[in-house]
Design a protein. Structure first.
Length: 317
């Protein structure tokens, strides 16, 4: 079977959708399927390391060529710039939803209305969380995102010398500033705690300035972007993974990666995050996704900086 995966973004770009598109392509390829990925992401010369073809920024004729080649079209999150030409084909077409089809304030712009109309064309729509299904497409099949279990795991003889870790893009919606403020409040109240921020993004300078302003440079460490074994080692060195998002996360892949590495999750109780953590979550460590409530909870010290999580997930569920 020949599968074309349409993914607006892909490696070497870094993010949840990029990771999932690469994961799916690798899995399909390992099962013996012929796979090609179409994407708008630029290359940095690493494409030869993949066991399948990657067509970047395809022109119109190339787009038709690849769709004509395919037996199945897998649109990994709506990307009409790549998928519009599928209207000329009567081939199985699956669309996977990874994020909300709406503006950040919940309202629908014309782009969102067009994407929701586009979903009607698909033979099957998949949502990565029930929250996403309810919000965007009630007839979708819910299949939670997997994590890379061969990579993310608890390492032996690890002492977990640090307390909190934040993993994700440094943008305002992710709430990294709340984690920094909480570290300041904890240390001010006599509870010594430290924080590592892993990731990059447009808010990094503002976050660094906040750390300096609060005079907690000793307690907050910016690691930048980490991948592969370096990321796994860093997660294994922490007791808690903190996900203080101030918007509803559609799923929350970082929660699975942190859990798999033995971190206890402290997460906003909104969107798909509770589903991602599920029964493996540590009791009582969910916070309403509201900035004051998140900040107050993290600053309270109403939890114990103790042993790491041990009932981490062992499958893609």
């Amino acid at each position: 079977m020949r599968i074309v995966i349409l993914s607006h973004v892909f490696s070497p770009d870094i993010g949840g959708l990029e990771i999932m598109s690469e994961f799916l392509a690798n899995q399909f390829s390992s099962k013996g399927y012929d796979v090609r990925v179409l994407t708008w992401s630029s290359s940095k010369g690493e494409d030869n390391s993949f066991n399948y073809g990657i067509i970047r920024k395809p022109k119109t004729m190339e787009l038709f060529k690849q769709l004509n080649w395919a037996d199945v079209i897998f649109e990994n999150n709506p990307c009409l710039r790549l998928s519009w030409a599928t209207i000329f084909y009567k081939k199985p077409h699956l669309i996977a939803l990874h994020t909300w089809i709406a503006r950040t304030n919940g309202k629908l712009a014309w782009q969102d209305l067009l994407k929701r109309l586009w979903l009607k064309k698909a033979n099957t729509v998949i949502a990565v969380s029930n929250a996403l299904r309810k919000n965007c497409w009630k007839d979708a099949i819910v299949i939670p995102n997997p994590y890379r279990s061969e990579l993310f795991k608890v390492l032996s003889n690890n002492k977990r010398s640090r307390d909190f870790v934040f993993l994700g893009r440094l943008v305002s919606d992710k709430g990294a500033h709340l984690a920094i403020q909480a570290i300041h409040n904890l240390n001010k109240s006599g509870i010594e705690a430290n924080l590592t921020l892993i990731g990059s993004g447009p808010e990094i300078e503002n976050l660094q300035n906040l750390v300096k302003k609060l005079d907690i440079t000793t307690y907050v460490n910016f690691k930048g972007t980490l991948q592969g074994d370096d990321l796994v080692k860093a997660l294994n060195n922490h007791k808690y993974i903190i996900i203080p998002s101030i918007w509803e996360e559609p799923f929350g892949l970082v929660a699975l990666e942190g859990l798999a590495c033995g971190c206890i999750p402290i997460a906003s109780n909104g969107g798909g995050l509770p589903e991602a953590i599920g029964k493996t979550g540590y009791p009582g460590l969910f916070i309403d996704y509201n900035p004051p409530l998140i900040s107050n909870f993290l600053s309270s010290g109403d939890y114990k900086l103790s042993s790491p999580q041990t009932n981490y997930p062992t499958s893609s569920s």
